[in-house]
Design a protein. Structure first.
Length: 94
């Protein structure tokens, strides 16, 4: 944040004039770069985003597998309403 040489305006009593806005800016760029670097360091060099994505897809397939008729109807209703994404042919895996 850059220092300001200007003093805030004041009224006749010497109190700051609240009717005029004062410029205030904070640059968070360096903190964001540091945060992202720390996240990547915490993930480690062996982190594979494609492997993670495939694992998530497999978990969703397992989650929606083996549904009974009532659960399948509810699943179909949620897909039709746009709450859940359509998976495969639109039916939960058997």
């Amino acid at each position: 944040m850059a220092p300001h040489d200007r003093t805030p305006p004041s009224d006749a009593s010497g109190a700051p004039d609240a009717s005029e806005l004062v410029d205030f800016a904070v640059d968070l760029t360096s903190q964001e770069v540091l945060r992202r670097a720390q996240v990547m360091a915490a993930l480690g060099p062996d982190w594979d985003p494609m492997e993670v994505l495939l694992g998530e897809e497999a978990a969703y397939d397992l989650l929606y597998s083996g549904l009974d008729a009532k659960q399948q109807r509810l699943y179909d209703d949620l897909v039709a309403a746009g709450v859940l994404p359509s998976r495969g042919d639109g039916r939960a895996a058997a």
